[in-house]
Design a protein around this ligand. Structure first.
Ligand SMILES: N[C@@H](CCC[C@H](N)C(=O)O)C(=O)O
Length: 290
């Protein structure tokens, strides 16, 4: 395995969730360490980003493999906005037009399609709803599912539904007394870390707070595991639509307004897969000394 003295990269963003992308298809292990990824993500001493994402050689008969480091150097299983960016990055590198890809991730098989209008639609596979698999030790409330379970965090009682989209999410639509969330009023930096490190989430957790505008339109803010408050979270948007359907609050096809802009999410009844459609934009390219 070769570690690099400098690394060529492309910076992309999906709704302001920004990533440093590295074409690493020549070798199985990332050319940089998790510590170097953390340094690259630093907004003062590095390039700046919410994560570093690698295109690696294919595994399991797919086109290529994706791995990602969060900005704190931890390694999550999946990233929704990141996979749209990576799909466009690889297609542009390979000189391919609108194209469908199969990508192996630690969270399973993902299938992005580049659309004529520049957006990317990703078949994110089925959500994982079994509580222990999310994982959470919260007591299941519907079979093995954790839906509207009461949780005490940051000095308040909340109702949370737990969903994995390859990576773990806790979704909050209301407090335990039934009061709706007003996302603009939340002290996210005060509340988010308490969820992220809560002992009922052994792999830590991404948390989405959601306000329902109509049955087909919601607004959210996110506190991400390993990255803090970000402008968007694609897996989070998918997870919150699944949770909203399970809680009976919204329909299966829903617009999700994130701080960085909207995503269209569908939890399709026919195959139980979640489909996410949104933008992926190049910002600049460069080379960083390590
Ligand atoms: N922003 C991402 C999620 C990135 C990973 C996350 N922080 C985790 O640790 O699971 C997205 O768009 O899905």
């Amino acid at each position: 395995m070769t570690r690099a003295a400098s690394v060529d990269f492309a910076k992309y963003q999906g709704l302001g969730n920004d990533f440093i992308l590295v074409d690493n298809r020549h070798q199985k292990e990332p050319v940089i360490t998790s510590e170097q990824a953390k340094q690259m993500c630093n907004r003062n001493f590095g390039i700046g980003g919410d994560g570093v994402i690698f295109a690696l050689p294919p595994e399991n008969g797919v086109d290529y493999t994706m791995r990602i480091y969060n900005s704190d150097g931890s390694e999550p299983e999946m990233c929704g906005n990141g996979i749209r960016c990576l799909a466009r990055f690889v297609a542009e590198k390979d000189g391919a037009g609108p194209v469908s890809q199969k990508i192996h991730t630690l969270g399973g098989l993902m299938q992005p399609s580049l659309l004529e209008d520049g957006q990317v639609c990703v078949d994110m596979g089925p959500p994982v709803l079994d509580g222990p698999q999310v994982p959470t030790t919260l007591e299941p409330t519907q079979g093995s599912r954790v839906v509207q379970a009461q949780l005490s965090a940051a000095g308040r009682e909340w109702l949370v539904t737990c969903v994995s989209m390859g990576n773990p999410h806790a979704i909050v639509y209301s407090t335990a007394d039934g009061a709706s969330i007003r996302v603009d009023d939340l002290d996210l930096a005060g509340i988010g870390p308490d969820f992220e490190k809560h002992p009922v989430f052994p792999a830590k957790i991404n948390t989405e707070f959601v306000e329902v505008l109509s049955r087909s339109h919601v607004k959210m803010r996110v506190w991400e595991r390993g990255a803090g408050a970000t402008l968007a979270c694609g897996t989070g948007a998918c997870a919150l639509v699944v949770a909203g359907v399970l809680e009976g609050r919204i329909d299966r096809n829903c617009r999700v307004d994130l701080p960085g802009g909207p995503l269209q999410i569908e939890w399709r009844e026919a195959d139980h897969h979640v489909y996410m459609t949104g933008p992926a934009e190049p910002v600049f390219t460069g080379s960083m000394q390590l």
